[in-house]
Write a protein that binds this ligand. Sequence first.
Ligand code: ADP
Ligand code: MG
Length: 232
Amino acid sequence: MIVDDILAKARAENRTILTEIEAKQILNEAGIHCTDTRLAVDKARAATLSEEIGYPVVLKISSVDITHKSDAGGVKVNLKDRAEVENAFDEIMASCKAAYPEAKIEGVAVQGMAEVGTEIIMGMIKDPSFGPVVMFGLGGVLVEVLKDVAFRIVPIEKMDAEEMIQEIQGKKLLEGYRGQDPADIAFLEDMLIKLSDFVDRTPEIEEIDMNPVFAYRKGAAVVDARIILSAG
Ligand code: ADP
Ligand code: MG
């Protein structure tokens, strides 16, 4: 229901890019846990939402025209009180408007500051010959530099999810490295299967990018998500 409404709204507005808030709503519907993320259209609302969610919070620019939010100065993390939130709101607006003068800005997304975990990425892309494939990898610098990612054609089964995680070169990081908590592998496998099931029944989606996902000793949370719809 929610998924259909969001897709219909995007189509009506003639866009193929969803906002982070929309992407997270869709993923939550698919059973993939994302940080609770809400839209504030002005500074006062950002402060109220921050109080409701509880400090510390994160503010991010919400605009379908700005997909790489931190590059535009559109992300402020670890905001601890109302003054910091108000200040961050002004700074985000100023730098995003300077970087993207033409961008249509709907406001800021407000979300709780997630506890740091092992950074991973998950997503889906459509291969011209194989169709949708799900992706799993280590996040941050590792994925950018080493391209340490595993792919499988949708739909996947539990064994495929297990293999994907096992074939990552940096797998040791998921097993608890130098005092870092191990990641909840079973939970991550379940996320991959849910992702695969969801994209299998939602052909209108062209691409999903969850980056980063924080993996914990118990569970995991998606802190940033992008979804692109297929054109036409
Ligand atoms: P971008 O559009 O630049 O990818 P992100 O939403 O990924 O923006 O935010 C940039 C970085 O800020 C993330 O990689 C993560 O380290 C941190 N971050 C974002 N959201 C949260 C959150 N809710 N809790 C903690 N850290 C966060
Ligand atoms: Mg990101």
